[in-house]
Design a binder for this molecule. Structure first.
Ligand code: FAD
Length: 341
């Protein structure tokens, strides 16, 4: 095996960032991205792209923190460079507010974001229905520009990208040495993962350039996240709902909830509605697997199931997936040198 051939299936934030990490850790690899959809038609394009972690109950907190920290550090450096506007990455300050004081006043990520502190009484006056709040500065990705920026970096690194629906990972075994499965919710069908389920999210993207601070209700259901050009208003979390059609009643409900947090939004214009299915699982599947048929083997790395928090941890999980690809290469080199003996 002179040059390891790697196929990454999926072109959402997870597939593109994983492909990029593979080119960085294994510059001699030949990397190809295969996907049935690219930006602007992925779930990743619908996301708000805020770096506020979602908790995966099946993954140790120290790992989740490490993934978040790596992602924050990576995007913070981009936000502090000339690339920031093209990549759609910016710092944003704001408030997470609670109707009742939460059990956990210091979330595990509080020392990763910047300037985390309890809100003052004066700040809380802005939110008369809330009794407690946390102020901090975090990062936000404007998702479609960030995905295009990742694609541009991949092309510059010599990565090929093809539109292709993969019906079965095994169909790639004659063309590639290693397959990385970043199919998001598509993994439900692609590898028959019954642990993967959809959590439907509907959001509004509005024109309200005067809104500069984020506001998130502590239950995570209602949020106002200002981006570079549009403000994302959310949202919904509908478990096991598969519909990608916007619900007009839900649009009104989201708008009303957000206006009660930020009354200036009553004047928002050009409301666009988006729907996505979060690829949800108890834990992200970040794992090596060796498929085998008739004595022929295919090295596989899975990296999917990021649910409501894919943007918040994408770089950390991509780095770990790239390390697993490194282990696959070592295993392939080991078996080819044994075969020569
Ligand atoms: P996707 O973006 O769905 O990409 C999967 C890719 O695989 C696609 O390109 C698809 O075409 C391809 N594919 C699938 N099956 C196949 C196949 N068989 N063959 C070939 N290609 C295939 N996260 C945050 O961190 N912060 C937020 O603020 C945030 N807000 C969100 C708001 C909403 C409304 C929603 C829906 C999600 C939000 N998320 C947020 C979560 C985030 O969007 C996801 O965790 C993330 O997008 C998952 O990325 P992914 O690349 O795994 O999946």
């Amino acid at each position: 095996m002179a040059v390891p051939k790697v196929a990454v299936v999926g072109a959402g934030v997870i597939g593109l960032s994983t492909a990029l990490c593979i080119t960085e850790t294994c510059p001699s690899c030949s990397v190809t991205v295969l996907s049935d959809q690219f930006s602007p038609n992925t779930t990743s394009d619908v996301a708000a792209g805020m770096l506020i972690p979602h908790t995966y109950p099946g993954t140790p907190i120290h790992m989740q923190k490490q993934w978040f920290k790596e992602t924050f550090t990576y995007l913070f450096a981009i936000s502090n460079s000339a690339e920031a506007s093209e990549a759609g990455i910016h710092l944003v300050s704001g408030w997470q507010v609670f109707k009742n004081t939460p059990k956990e006043e210091l979330p595990f990520w509080s020392d990763v974001v910047l300037g985390f502190r309890p809100m003052s009484e004066a700040e809380l006056q802005k939110f008369p229905q809330h009794r407690f709040g946390q102020a901090f500065t975090t990062l936000k990705c404007d998702c479609p520009p960030y995905l295009l920026w990742l694609e541009k970096r991949l092309k510059a690194a010599g990565v090929r990208m093809y539109t292709r629906k993969v019906a079965d990972l095994w169909e790639l075994h004659s063309e590639y040495n290693i397959v990385v499965n970043c199919a998001g919710f598509g993994a439900h069908q692609l590898v028959g993962d019954e642990k993967l389920f959809p959590i439907r999210g509907q959001v509004l993207k509005v024109h309200a350039p005067w809104v500069k601070n984020f506001i998130r209700d502590g239950d995570g259901l209602t949020y106002v996240y200002p981006g570079i050009h549009r403000v994302t208003l959310g949202g919904t979390r509908e478990k096991e709902s598969w519909s990608l059609s916007p619900e007009p009643g839900t649009t009104k409900d989201i708008f009303d909830r957000c206006c009660s947090l930020e009354p200036s939004l009553w004047r928002a214009q050009d409301i666009k509605v988006k729907v996505g299915l979060r690829p949800s699982r108890e834990s992200v599947r970040l794992q090596r697997e060796v498929l085998s048929q008739g004595g022929v083997k295919l090295q596989v790395v899975h990296n999917y199931g990021h649910g409501a928090g894919g943007f918040s941890v994408h770089r950390g999980t991509a780095k770990e997936a790239a390390q697993l690809v490194g282990e696959c290469i070592a295993a392939l080199r080991g078996s080819s040198s044994r075969a020569k003996l």
